[in-house]
Design a protein around this ligand. Sequence first.
Ligand SMILES: Cc1cc2nc3c(=O)[nH]c(=O)nc-3n(C[C@H](O)[C@H](O)[C@H](O)COP(=O)(O)O)c2cc1C
Length: 283
Amino acid sequence: MTEFMGKSLENPLIASSCIATETAENVLKLAENGVQGAILKSCADYTREAFTGKREFAREQETGFLYASSPFQMEIFTLQECLSLMTELRPETEILLIPSFTATDLNPESWLPACQTLAEAGADGIQLDFFYMGNLIGQEGFIPCMTELLRCLEKEVSVPIMPKLNVNLPKDFIMPILKNAGIQYVSLLDSVRSPYVCRNADGIFQLDSRLDPLTTSCFGAWQFPLTMSYAYTAVQNGLSICAGGGITSAEDVQKLLALGVSTVQSATFLTKYPRKARMLLSG
Ligand SMILES: Cc1cc2nc3c(=O)[nH]c(=O)nc-3n(C[C@H](O)[C@H](O)[C@H](O)COP(=O)(O)O)c2cc1C
C-alpha cells in the first residue's frame, strides 16, 4: 500500500499528463489495468483559436517513436475541456484524478481561480505545469514570485498542489524553494527534448539510428538518469515525489522506489501499452 494525496493506493503507478490521460476512455482503460492515478492532460484558462500544425512523432520500427513537435493550442486543453473530462471521469472511477494547470506568468491571480474550480470538480490534487513558461529562473524576482505563488495556492486551494519540474528548473536550485514555500508533493521530470530527432530533407522527423526504440521513452535514454538525479535531490529535501520520465521497465520503477519516491509516473509506456501497465510493476 502506498499513501499519496490522501488515498491508499494498491501500487505506486500513476499515468503522467500526456496522450494516455487526455480522454476518459484512455484513463478508464488504465484504471482497469491497475493504474492508481491519472495526471490529466495539462489545461490553461484560454480560448483556443484555429491552429496550424500537428502532433509529430519521429518513428522508428513499429513500436518506437519520439515526440518531436506539436502546437501549444493542440497540446494544451482549455479549462472547460479539462472540467468536462473531470465531470465525465469522477463518477466512474476512484483512482486519483490530478488535473494539470498551466498559465503564462507567476501571478497568483492567473492560477488560483482555475485551481479552485478544478478542486471543486473533484480533483484529488492539482499539478502545476511550468513547461511552456520557458526560462523562468531568468526572470527578475523569480524566487519571491514563485514562493508567493506556491504559498498562495497551498493556502487557498482545498486539495494538494504538485509543481511539475522540468530541466529549466535546476534541481539543486528549485527544491529548497519548493520546501521553503511549504510544498509537500512534487512531480518530475518533464520531457527533455531529444537532440537525436531532426527533420530530414523531406521535412519528416527522423530518429537517429544510435537509439534503440525498444528501450527508450519518447525522450530517449538520457531522460531516465536525469529523472533519477532529480528524484534523489527531491528525496533529500523531504518531498513526496511522483517520479518518472524515461521509465521503460519494472527495473526502472524499482530503482526510483529504492531512492525513496512515493509514486512513479509514466507517459510513453502507458501511451504505447495501456493494457500492459502491470508490466511496470512486475517485469
Ligand atoms: C504527446 C505528449 C504530450 C504530453 N503532454 C503533457 C502535458 O500536457 N502536461 C505535462 O505535464 N506533461 C506532458 N507530457 C510529458 C509527460 O507527462 C512526461 O513528463 C514525459 O513524457 C516523460 O515521461 P516518459 O518518458 O514516460 O514519456 C507529454 C508527453 C507526450 C509524449
